[in-house]
Design a protein around this ligand. Sequence first.
Ligand code: PLP
Length: 439
Amino acid sequence: MHKYGTAAVNDRGHLEIGGVDVVEAAAQFGTPLYLYDVALIRERARGFKQTFDKLGVTAQVAYASKAFASVAMMQLAEQEELSLDVVSGGELYTAQKAGFPAERIHFHGNNKSREELEMAFDAGIGCIVVDNFLELDMIGEISEARGQAMNILLRITPGIEAHTHDYILTGQEDSKFGFDLNNGQAEEALTIALKKPFVHVLGLHCHIGSQIFETTGFILAAEKIIGKLADWHNRLSFESEVLNLGGGFGIRYTAEDDPLEPAAYVEEIIRKVQTETKKCGLKMPEIWIEPGRSLVGDAGITIYETGSIKDVPNVRKYLAVDGGMSDNIRPALYEAKYEAVLANRVNDPVEETVSIAGKCCESGDMLIWDLPLPKANTGDLLAMFCTGAYGYSMANNYNRIPRPPVVFAEKGEAKLVIRRETFDDLIKLDLPLGLPQTN
Ligand SMILES: *Cc1c(COP(=O)(O)O)cnc(C)c1O
């Protein structure tokens, strides 16, 4: 078992997370269950922040809440003095309910509605990351109508795309996000934004991909953007106060993954920005980053109970669990790989290779192919690691399977932070035939 945060095996041979016996947690809260190692989330957050502090760089570390958004998670982000990225009215609403300080909320998205933008103005959030011309116009109108100033970052596509291990440099970036740096749209957007009386352009934003294992892409992006900033400084007298380099820092899902330490990404990126800005005679901007996966991904595990076992002689053995693509769609959607152990018998020797099947009516609902395990019986507990990012947040009710609860484990305490969905929750929006229609 790879070592994740506080994960340990106790003297009963049970997996422990945050000092909480996973077998006991499963008995208390039922399965499937998402369990988070809160200390590990704190450690990751501090790792990023301390690196900026060490290098004396003014920074904001914004948690990309789409990775796992809930009231408790946003409150934890606030405790760790992170900023917060939201990408929809729903995430912004959650942040407000969590009491997250509005001035540290940043709003993303490639098709924000007017209602969402109005909501951002109502809340008085710290900054909107502007993606396109329509949005820029709407922000101009809303800010003038209200006489209310708004900070913006312009999201640009630098023409660098990270595909985990390699980078594609394209002349004309083919992406639904942002203003293109190469074809002049980014400059056009900047020129328009600078003329809007209530809009303050704080700087630029770019996000080059996700689950990235090295710094090359960030370095290439920084180089390119700073080159452009030097040009804009000369021609447009524009100086970027903030350079937001996005998120995407990779994590270890399986032994095959070999990510850098979070701090290592940041350190190299900062040094690059420092040398490039100096070279171009620019002021060192504030550096903002937006980790999602790397803050919460490896801090989350999913606990399932094993059920039916199907042995196809000489082919494979299927071990089914009481969840699947409804609580973790990543294997079906991206062929994402995971590791798992039997949480109630961690020390038992590996005896066989099984494939973990979900319970949804879909052949593609397989969680893990070819997993080495002790000989599993019906009623064992399977702990799947690294499900903390894009697990719960992408969970769905396919087959009308209720979404599992979420528990925070820290210092031996297990705290329920999202309750299990009930069958009544599932039908609460349903209207039977024969009722008068009221919308
Ligand atoms: C998704 C996203 C992030 C977070 O990405 P991770 O891979 O989870 O770190 C950050 N910024 C933007 C703009 C995003 O879309």
